[in-house]
Write a new protein. Structure first.
Length: 148
């Protein structure tokens, strides 16, 4: 997992698709764009979402081939995190979306921060940081390393 402020994005050597999406997020007027899906110049699908995070803990979500890039434009939330080696498999929900259980661990993600969740990073998204605070988040999911 990588978590940092967007102005520090150039400190990282990332796969091209992630670097392009992160650069787009840093320069686009995301606060003014309507919620919904957008196609980025590199071909990735970006989603802008607004919601009020919930307080409830759920099982961790994990993947084998999907890397998530999340950027908080406004608001803040808690992110549940565990390495896949430290959690117990529960069930497969759909192709490349598995659920795990394990010890609760949280990281606070504030406005202006991005998070990259690689396949080894199990996560619980949209956990409340402050009661009733609205979040505007931008997301890109990239499939990589999958054998056909």
């Amino acid at each position: 997992m990588i978590i940092d402020k967007i102005e520090n994005r150039n400190f990282y050597t990332l796969p091209e698709a992630l670097a392009e999406a992160l650069e787009y997020m840093a320069k686009a007027p995301l606060a003014e764009m309507e919620p919904g899906e957008y196609h980025l110049p590199g071909g990735q699908l970006m989603e802008i979402d607004e919601y009020t995070p919930s307080a409830g803990w759920k099982n961790f979500e994990g993947h084998n081939y999907i890397t998530h890039l999340r950027y908080i434009v406004n608001g803040s939330e808690q992110l549940g995190y565990a390495n896949k080696n430290d959690v117990e498999y529960v069930e497969t929900k759909k192709a490349d979306k598995m659920m795990y259980r394990g010890k609760e661990s949280r990281v606070r993600v504030t406005a202006g921060s991005f998070v990259i969740l690689f396949p080894q990073d199990c996560h619980v998204l949209k956990l409340a940081d402050e009661d009733g605070i609205q979040v505007r988040k931008v997301s890109v999911s990239i499939v990589s390393g999958k054998e056909d």
